[in-house]
Design a protein around this ligand. Sequence first.
Ligand code: ATP
Length: 221
Amino acid sequence: MTERRPIGLLGGTFDPIHNGHLRLAEEAAEGLGLAGVRLIPAGQPPHRDAPATSPHHRLAMAVLAAAANPLLDVDPAEVASPRPSYTIDTLERLRRELGAEQPLVLILGADAFAGLTSWHRWRELFAFAHVAIANRPGHAPHERRWPAALDPALDEACTPRLTRDAAALAAAPAGCVMPFEMTPLAISATRIRALLAGAHSARYLLPDEVLDYIGKHSLYR
Ligand code: ATP
């Protein structure tokens, strides 16, 4: 049994990072008792079209967004890698870095969780991390999007597998699935890109520092 505060991992394209991501990290940290949250911008995401913006800019915006919050740090490894970003590779690396006992919590919005079974080696994710799933406006709640294929993939690493008790996340290094509620924020990077492309204001949807960076580098025009 481990009793360490879990470390949260929030991967994303972050194209750009916005207040939905930041509030997700903040509420996960507080609600799940995490030591902190690592933001992990994807380099080349394998699941979607190429991001509108280069990895370098997306990383720089994540660093700006995280700077003011001691709970957040940014992991540049996926951006630095020339290979496609697979979550399982990142989890294997973090396991080596942080040791077998450290609880890790992969934080996902309900939309990301709904697509989990298309991820590379997705069944193995649960051997490396817990998975925490937040509600997201416009996406069916996690309970109704539970992938049928998930059940047989659940083994005994965390018992019971589906938990609503944050203490379970500190008691094992990996293997639990924990839905949690966050303040619903209907913010998406897609919407922000559309606003900026139309020369509309995106203020208050993302940090001012990130918006200033976007303006300075003429991104999303
Ligand atoms: P896009 O609109 O370009 O698809 P996005 O806003 O969904 O981007 P991503 O970088 O793809 O942002 O998301 C990273 C992670 O953050 C995913 O797990 C996603 O579900 C979650 N997430 C993003 N925005 C929110 C939000 N407003 N509420 C809850 N979760 C969110």
